[in-house]
Ligand binder design. Structure first.
Ligand code: LLP
Length: 455
């Protein structure tokens, strides 16, 4: 029985999100998989497993695809922002900045990472439905654009910046009431959402902001969801947002920016077929242009916030296979040395991935197995009923498309330390985040004196 055909490395060089593998994927003379000119099994040997690997070229090409498409299809100014919730680190922030991106952040941690990486405050957009006053102050002091998500944000800023000279640069987040087909938990633009202002409250909120001397409203924002393959919802969004922008201008706000969020999907498995980055930008641009023309408006500066489509395909995770359990006629379990703590997406969203034994990616599958993690949780299954060639303990397994929402959503469940992250490029590998050690996990533990045996 053929369970699945072996891997092909057919790559769309212009839009990484349309590939399962990083665009530098190739096989060496012995058929072993290489990424960024580095043999994956060799990286596992040197850096240990589990290991997050990021292919710099794939990351840069995704950034360039957005920049180029904006240049080609949008006739006015634009600024793509990398949604750093997908994977936040100094190295990644630095790379996206060098490609002309700004950054979207949602916490003090992501904000200080972007600032430390050298990102100017004016190119940082700060989101969040429950920002602390400390976070708001930090953003304000660094000239970061603050996304007003609710009245609590306005009240807190009123307190923080009321008596100062400098105005706060603001973007107002709206809930545009647009449905899209993705996992229920990752839809954010429909009406029953914790994020943003309902369109019904737009006028009132715009007037409220107009009357605050410290508020400088420069634009509007909406984000409708993530891992979206349809283009229609974003086209509809453009029309809704241009109409809202028109209203803001009528009320007297000097708005220039339209931020349409992120959301473009990626190919995790063979049957996924997302639009290309160019296609996504082209359709949205056209919709904005048409909507502006209809209203005789100047084109706004176009901001977008891709996360997954920038970094997911650049990333992969290496594991070593360990124990195996065969339950005749029922199931086969093959364990890896990581799991739900380094990739919580399968257990959280039933997400699917593509994987292979990196030293024989083209070998014919011989059996169907559950590839499971090492955590004390039966649901800790990374890949269900997955076709695998003959394998042995110690073989290195690569799971692809893990660059987004893996490290950033990782945990220390079972006190398992986080993997290291390395960046590969032109045959070189560089450590960009150290592996946590079990001892690191004790660093905030305090044993009260009364528990320490005396004498
Ligand atoms: N902008 C805002 C305001 C967002 O909330 C998000 C994602 C993005 C941009 C980036 O969206 P992307 O281009 O990455 O689709 N943990 C989930 C994904 C949650 C996305 C949350 N917001 C997952 O693992 O699939």
């Amino acid at each position: 029985m053929i369970i699945s055909r072996p891997f092909e490395l057919g790559q769309d060089q212009s839009s990484p999100n349309k590939n399962v593998f990083p665009i530098t994927a190739e096989l060496d003379e012995l058929g072993r998989m290489m990424i960024g000119g580095c043999r994956l099994s060799n990286l596992a040997e040197i850096y240990g497993t589990p290991l997050y690997v990021i292919d710099e070229k794939t990351l840069r090409i995704a950034c360039r695809a957005y920049k180029e498409a904006l240049r080609n299809y949008y006739p006015a100014a634009s600024l793509p922002l990398y949604a750093s919730k997908a994977n936040s680190s100094l190295a990644i922030s630095n790379i996206v900045m060098s490609e002309g991106f700004g950054i979207d952040v949602v916490s003090e941690g992501e904000l200080i990472t972007a600032l430390k990486a050298g990102m100017p405050g004016k190119n940082i957009v700060f989101h969040g439905n429950n920002k602390s006053s400390r976070e708001l102050l930090l953003a304000y002091k660094n000239d970061v654009t603050i996304v007003i998500d609710n009245h609590h944000d306005i009240d807190q800023l009123n307190y923080i910046v009321n008596s100062t000279e400098k105005k706060a640069r603001l973007i107002l987040r709206l809930t545009p009431g647009i449905e899209c087909h993705t996992h229920e938990y990752i839809r954010t633009g429909h009406l029953d959402s914790k994020f943003g202002f309902d369109l019904e409250d737009l006028d009132k909120t715009l007037v409220k902001l107009k009357n605050l001397h410290w508020a400088n409203l420069i634009g509007l924002h909406a984000h409708i969801g993530s891992q979206i393959f349809e283009l229609k919802p974003h086209q509809d969004l453009a029309e809704v947002m241009v109409s809202a922008l028109h209203k803001a201008i009528e009320i007297g706000h000097p708005v220039t920016d339209l931020n349409i969020g992120g959301g473009l999907g990626i190919k995790y498995i063979d049957s996924d077929d997302p639009p290309s980055i160019a296609n996504w930008v082209e359709k949205i641009s056209k919709s904005i242009i048409d909507s502006c023309k209809k209203r005789n408006m100047d084109y706004p500066r176009l901001l977008c916030e891709p996360g997954r489509s920038i970094i997911a395909t650049a990333g992969l995770t290496l594991y070593k296979l360990g124990s195996r359990k065969n339950i005749p006629g029922i199931n086969k379990y093959v364990s890896v040395d990581g799991g739900m703590s380094d990739n919580p997406r399968p257990i959280t969203y039933e997400s699917t991935y593509t994987a292979c034994l990196v030293d024989k990616p083209s070998a014919e599958p011989q059996e169907s197995v559950n590839i499971v993690g090492k955590h004390c949780e039966s649901g800790d299954i990374l890949l269900k009923n997955y076709p695998l060639p003959n394998s042995s303990s110690g073989d290195v397994l690569g799971v692809f498309g893990t660059g987004a929402y893996n490290l950033s959503m990782s945990s220390n469940y079972n006190r398992i330390p986080r993997p290291a992250s390395i960046l590969v490029s032109n045959g070189n590998a560089e450590l960009v985040q150290k592996r946590e050690l079990p001892e690191d996990l004790l660093r905030y533990d305090i044993l009260p004196d009364r528990f320490i045996a005396k004498g």
